[in-house]
Write a protein that binds this ligand. Sequence first.
Ligand SMILES: [Zn+2]
Length: 82
Amino acid sequence: MAKPNKKGPTKTVDIFCAKCRTQLFKYRKGGKGALIKCFKERISVDFTETPCTCPKCQTVFAREMLIRGTPALKMIGGKVSC
Ligand SMILES: [Zn+2]
């Protein structure tokens, strides 16, 4: 399936655990507004040890899912900030 933007977003945002402020990853975010879902292929640096889990306080901040066949993370509301 063709992607809407071939180059993809180049702006990188830092995603933090909302509870303990540990950095979870760097993400090439497209569009504006709150981060609701992340495509795994756009995560440029991943600081987590267990998928979707904060390495420090063990908060589960997202759920793995497929969006149009692409592996992605759906963020749990209020668990992350950027
Ligand atoms: Zn945490």
